[in-house]
Each structure stands twice: as structure tokens, then as C-alpha cells.
Write a protein that binds this ligand. Structure first.
Ligand SMILES: [Zn+2]
Length: 567
């Protein structure tokens, strides 16, 4: 090729092909390096090189990129290349990148992505005994092949402007109230602190009324929380509100500040409130409140009722967790006290010392809560099995011969829309592990705006369990998977938010260029999506040639100028 150097030159580029069209958030993508990457690379990268920018591509870039080769050439006095210097004895050959072997089960991954179609949410499946991540899906997502090849930039720009954020990995970054999925942990903490026993019950008649702010319970019938197992099975809010108060007011500490600090230590041991360190970049740590947080909000004037009334005992108030953390926490319950950091990569081909340093932390067993007694674990795990047999998940179709331990959850879902805090339909949560006797998989599912945990998240988790544990789906279960995949649960506010974002951008373009071609479709006359009913607009609708733009309530400039375009 060098002989044609007047007209052509070769430019090698790393290429990627994703035969399964899946796992976009896990794999990540490669892109041209920027100056900061070049500067940090000690001379490895130069302008025009490609490097992993998210996902496994970024975390394992050093393994995947291989080594560059080099050749020394001789030029003649006309600046023409004439041959290798000293017959190429100083040349080095390029070394291809090495393979990563992961725990991912591609069929499970594909099923998880299929079930999340037309929904906002996340699914994480982990093998409890190793911390190996078997599947991780976040929706909305994208086809990884969209970020390779010539349309890459166009597709990327489009995704950046999508308000449903397909590039955002909700499984590691989404922070949600744990809701009732926290209750098995709350029970274990209470048992280990000695403030409850397996036979402790609570006389709940539909609400916890011992603090100023009542905490409602969905069950009213007598005896639904007569002991710990029943309280877990029926997810009694009163029982768990009482339990967290007893934990904070533990008589052995004589001080709720110490009680709350102790409670937070347990949550931290369960992997909550801090980044876990999974082997893909960009993880969020969630939140577990401490005395500082409550001192700040209540000027030091708080007691155990303050957070109980806010729902801390039932996984709300200031408690936020990621789907990855929820799944890891349930692995600790399944393992009765230990975990391995969740990770994707099982091994690296031809592993060298540098690789070992990179992956060693995933091979270390963390015995964080092995001091909790076997009786405590067995009681809570029995309660979780009861959830699926007599409790909140009993209506979900079972897998013959497999004992599943689970917990349903719903979490309050508040959002700022049009500058107002609006309460939307609850998030639907479900965590589980199975088989009880020898846990092979732990799964969590969260569906935003999905309502009750047993409505959507539960049936989805059961399909994934069946697929993984039996390696297939029965014919009627396959139909159920198709039914769920076809259900559209996309929150309706997204359409409005997209319209608003697009129309504001169109207006900015109009301001800059006076080109009205983009903004025209956002006018009352042309809009496909009604933004606000016309009568609610701050400006009266005018008849005749004037057209008011629908961005009007969000853009001060536009309101002032009252732009109109003659028809
Ligand atoms: Zn109750």
C-alpha cells in the first residue's frame, strides 16, 4: 500500500460486532480517544486511536486493547519508502487483545431484555456462591451494534436527546427506595440485635399508630403478623416499623444515636449505602441515612419515631438502593452471611500478574454477616418461602419441584414534573433466590410505574428463575413471557417530557437561525402530542394567523416576546 502513498493510506480501526444484539449496557462501546485519555496513557494512545468508553470495554481496556506493533522503514532522497530498516530486526509485531470469559448466560440475558421491552426498569441476576453476574438488563436500552460502524455518531446523538435515557444503566446507577425488599434484612438485624425473636408478633389492624405519623399496612385481618415468619410472608408494615424502632431504641445502648449508628453498620455490611465496585464503570452508591442526616434535617431534634413515621422500617424515608445492591443483599441472605463482589468476568485468557491485580478483589470472600445465627437466617428464609406459598406472591404461577424464597415490594414514586412534585404510580419490586436448599441464582426486578410487586416484577422474576434453573420455559410460560414483553408500561409523562425537551430545542434553533421549520410541529395546530390543554396555557389562544408555541410555559423569553408566525 505504501507504494500508492500519493493517493491512499491505510487506517486500521478496531471493529466490533455483537452477534447477540444484547447486553449493550454491560459491553459498553469504544470511541476515539480524547486529550485526557491520551495524556493519561503514558504515550500509548495517539489521536485517532480507539479506546473503551463504558462497560467492560472500559474496565478491561488494558486487557482487550492488546499491544501496538511498530516497523522502522528507510526512505530515499525523494522521500519514498524503499524497505525495512536492517531487514526489520527492530520491528515488533502487534499483539491482539485477549479474551474475557464472563458469567453471563446469554439466553437469560436475552429473556431479561425481552421482558423489559416497553418498560422502564432493571433486572439483575447473580450466582450467590461466586458473585458472578448471570444477567443484567436496564430499560430502555439500545442495540450494541448501533454504536459501531458509520451510523454510530448519529445514533449516539439521538440517544443523548432521548428523555427516557437509553444510555443510562439503571441496574448500577438507578437509585430507588428499597421498599419492602428491605424487610428480610430488617428482620435479621432485629434478631441479631436481640430486640425481636422468631416468635415476636405485632397486633396490626391496618396501621402502625405508635408515632405521630401513622404507617399504613395493606393487611387488616387479625393475626397476619402473629410471628416473624407471618410478618415477612404478609409484608406487615406495622411489624417492621416496630422492629426498626426497637433496633434504634435498643435498651443495651441507652441512646438512639448509637442504635441508629449500629443499624447503619448492618446496612453497610449488607452492601447498602456505598458503591460495591462491580467491574463496569459508573456505579451509584445509594443512600443509608445516619445521625448527621437526621441532625441536619431536624436540627438535632429527632427520635426513633421521626424516621419510622417516614417509612425507614419499610425501606423508604431516606433509604435508597440500586438494583445491583438489592440483588447482592439477597445473595448475602441466601449465603447466610457472606458474599463475593458482584462481577462479570470469570477469567482472562493467559492471565498475567497485572490481570490478577485487576480481578483479585472479585475472588475474595466477604464474611460480613456470618455472625448472625443460623436460626435467624432459617426463620427469615422460611418467611421468604412463605411469601411465595401463602403470602403476597402466592398468586404467581410456580415452578414444579423448586422452592423459591422471595419478597415483594412497592416503592413510592415521586417526580418533579412541570416544577411540581407529583406522586406517580408505585414502582414494582421483586427479589428472590432459588432453590432454597442450594441457592443457584438470586434475582431482582424493578419496574418503574409498575404498581404492586406481584403484578409485573414477580412474574418476570419467576420466568427468569424457570429459564435459568430448568434451562427452558414450559409452553404456557413462553406465552406468558410474550404477554409480558408485549405489555407497554412506559410512563406517560415521558411523552410529555420528550415533547417539552424537543420543542425547547426547536425554539432555541429558531432563535439562533430564524428557521421555523423545526418549531412548526410543536405548535397547537400541528402538535401530535398535546402538551397542556389549550385553556391551561398562560396565554389565551388567539384565532387567526398567530400561532403560540407550546413551550410557552417553560421559556421566559418566549413568554415575553410572544412569538408568532404569520400563516
Ligand atoms: Zn400489618
Amino acid at each position: 500500500m505504501w507504494r500508492f502513498s500519493n493517493g491512499f493510506f491505510l487506517q486500521p480501526r478496531p471493529v466490533r460486532l455483537y452477534p447477540f444484539n444484547a447486553a449493550a449496557h454491560i459491553l459498553g462501546y469504544i470511541n476515539e480517544v480524547d486529550t485526557s485519555i491520551i495524556n493519561r496513557s503514558n504515550g500509548f494512545y495517539e489521536s485517532g486511536d480507539y479506546a473503551g468508553r463504558t462497560g467492560l470495554e472500559q474496565y478491561y481496556e488494558r486487557v482487550l486493547r492488546g499491544q501496538k506493533g511498530s516497523e522502522l522503514w528507510i526512505k530515499d532522497n525523494f522521500n519514498r519508502l524503499v524497505g525495512h530498516y536492517q531487514n526489520g530486526i527492530f520491528d515488533t509485531a502487534a499483539v491482539a487483545g485477549r479474551n474475557l470469559r464472563t458469567y453471563l448466560d446469554v439466553e437469560l440475558q436475552q429473556l431479561a431484555e425481552k421482558l423489559l421491552a416497553n418498560k422502564v426498569g432493571a433486572i439483575v441476576a447473580i450466582e450467590p456462591k461466586t458473585g458472578g453476574i448471570l444477567a443484567m438488563a436496564s430499560a430502555p436500552d439500545y442495540n450494541p451494534n448501533d454504536l459501531t460502524g458509520s451510523s454510530k455518531q448519529k445514533n449516539y446523538s439521538k440517544m443523548l436527546l432521548d428523555v427516557s435515557t437509553p444510555l443510562y444503566n439503571r441496574a448500577t446507577k438507578g437509585q430507588y427506595p428499597a421498599g419492602s425488599t428491605y424487610k428480610p434484612l430488617g428482620a435479621l438485624i432485629g434478631l441479631d440485635e436481640g430486640v425481636i425473636t422468631p416468635s415476636s408478633g405485632y397486633p396490626c389492624h391496618g396501621a402502625y399508630l405508635e408515632c405521630t405519623r401513622p404507617v399504613k399496612c395493606l393487611e387488616k385481618w387479625a393475626g397476619h403478623a402473629a410471628n416473624l415468619r407471618l410478618a415477612v410472608a404478609h409484608s406487615c408494615n406495622s411489624f417492621f416499623s416496630s422492629t426498626i424502632r426497637r433496633t434504634i431504641d435498643n435498651p443495651k445502648y441507652h441512646n438512639p444515636r448509637i442504635g441508629l449508628t449500629k443499624w447503619k453498620e448492618y446496612c453497610t455490611a449488607f452492601g447498602y449505602g456505598h458503591k460495591l465496585g462491580v467491574d463496569i464503570p459508573n456505579e451509584n452508591g445509594g443512600n443509608i441515612p445516619d445521625t448527621t442526616a437526621y441532625d441536619k434535617e431536624y436540627r438535632g431534634q429527632w427520635n426513633s419515631c421521626t424516621m419510622t413515621g417516614g417509612g425507614l422500617g419499610i425501606g423508604q424515608d431516606k433509604m435508597l438502593v440500586t438494583p445491583l445492591q438489592i440483588t447482592n443483599g439477597i445473595c448475602i441472605v441466601a449465603n447466610k452471611g457472606y458474599y463475593y463482589l458482584p462481577h462479570f468476568v470469570r477469567s482472562i485468557d493467559d492471565e498475567n500478574d497485572d490481570d490478577t491485580a485487576l480481578v483479585n478483589k472479585f475472588r475474595k470472600r466477604h464474611n460480613v454477616l456470618t455472625h448472625i445465627s443460623d436460626t435467624a437466617y432459617e426463620t427469615v428464609i422460611s418467611g421468604m418461602q412463605d411469601v411465595t406459598e401463602i403470602g403476597t406472591a402466592k398468586a404467581i404461577t410456580k415452578i414444579p419441584g423448586i422452592n423459591v424464597c422471595a419478597k415483594t415490594g412497592t416503592a413510592q414514586n415521586k417526580r418533579v414534573l412541570d416544577k411540581k412534585v407529583v406522586e406517580l404510580k408505585d414502582h414494582s419490586l421483586f427479589v428472590c433466590f432459588a432453590p432454597r436448599e442450594d441457592p443457584k441464582v438470586a434475582i431482582s426486578v424493578i419496574i418503574e410505574n409498575g404498581g404492586f410487586g406481584a403484578t409485573w416484577a414477580g412474574p418476570m422474576a419467576y420466568l427468569l428463575l424457570e429459564k435459568y434453573l430448568t434451562d427452558s420455559l414450559r409452553a404456557d410460560r413462553q406465552k406468558e413471557a410474550d404477554r409480558i414483553a408485549a405489555a407497554n408500561l412506559m410512563p406517560s409523562y415521558l411523552t410529555r417530557e420528550q415533547f417539552k425537551a424537543d420543542s425547547i430545542r426547536a425554539y432555541e434553533w429558531f432563535k439562533m437561525t430564524k428557521d421555523s421549520s423545526y418549531i412548526d410541529k410543536y405548535t397547537y395546530q400541528n402538535a401530535e402530542v398535546p402538551f397542556l390543554p389549550r385553556e391551561q396555557s398562560p396565554l389565551p389562544a388567539k384565532k387567526g394567523p398567530a400561532i403560540q408555541y407550546m413551550v410557552i410555559i417553560d421559556d421566559k423569553n418566549l413568554r415575553k416576546k410572544n412569538h408568532s408566525v404569520p400563516s
